[in-house]
Design a protein around this ligand. Sequence first.
Ligand code: PLP
Length: 392
Amino acid sequence: MGCKSFDQIVDRRNTQCVKWDGATEVFGKEDLLPMWVADMDFCPPQAVVEAVKARAAHGIYGYEIKPASLHEAVLNWLKTRHNWVVDPSWLSYSPGVVSGLATAILALTEPGDRIVIQPPVYPPFFAVGDQNDRVIVENPLIEENGRYTMNLPELEEIFRSGVKFFVLCSPHNPVGRVWTRSELLALAELFVKYEVTVLSDEIWSDLVFPGHKHTPLASLSPEIADRVITFMAPSKTFNLAGLYLSDVIIPNQGLRDRFTNQMERTAQVHLNVFAPVAAEAAYREGQEWLGELLTYLTENVAFLKSELAKITSKIRVVQSEGTFVVWLDCRELDIPAEELNKFFVEKAGIALNDGAMFGSAGVGFQRMNIGCPRSVIKDAVERIAKALQDHK
Ligand SMILES: Cc1ncc(COP(=O)(O)O)c(C=O)c1O
């Protein structure tokens, strides 16, 4: 199965994929339109498919070294795409961003240490703290007229109370903000002033819509770089999440040594054979495909917004500056917040992520994945229209 365009429906059922094959178990209903877990229903760039096929054709899949050519491709991507010159010694890999975050938390913090996050935010940010007996401190984002900003005065109070660790989501899942350079500079000033160590999850850094620009936090100044561990990956960008490879960038040698030691202690030293070839092909040859993807996703957001507006004014699409997840404000629907997800699943037949999963700041919202052919969005809106009619 290959893909000719982003409009093409590729049947992913019976491929053991979480999004389609796992939906029944998670939502308790068959035949849902799955618009939840964050991977896309698109094939990656053809160069990636060819590279994986060529590696598969070799027929022997023994232990791998990490190829220097991958390193070079990642460094080149960071420089050309993000204007960030990274020293080769700063870059390493982890099997995923979440595993990297957990490793960094174990390496740098102690049980009972407090870690700040900014909800509504990607649920594993809560879990990696909770599961490792760290204390999560919330610094919720502020929502005003469908746009989110950070609450820096409150954050400063938190740092003043002695908290030394922060997990940043940049760009932000689920609210779709691409933090501006000046927002990040103000944040960085607090990190430096209060000597805070930052885990910066920049997995969405390449999925930024026209008119917005991602700035790697650590690229702002040597002073801030010294206290940041950055996570990026080809997984969201090129739809390679199931290959498990992410990039970890740590300029400070002390932090790097502690991270590396923890990776070794937990025996996370190898990559699977297909990930490096896929990642390298994507970073070397995926630029044009990514440009086309971003155009398609931008139009998907606009399409969703205009189609929804035709059927109701009570579901608002929060302004999206990047990512392929869209944050839907459903607080005006006359459906109790705790029934909202059930309404979309059982009445409309669409699997969405309930906003409450992203923290209490997400109550009354739903997250929709629009990394799919436009016809799927059309189908989803029609299902919502019918469910709203029946609800009256
Ligand atoms: C902010 C954020 N970080 C990390 C991940 C997942 O990363 P990985 O699959 O590499 O663990 C996601 C997936 O949606 C995400 O949104």
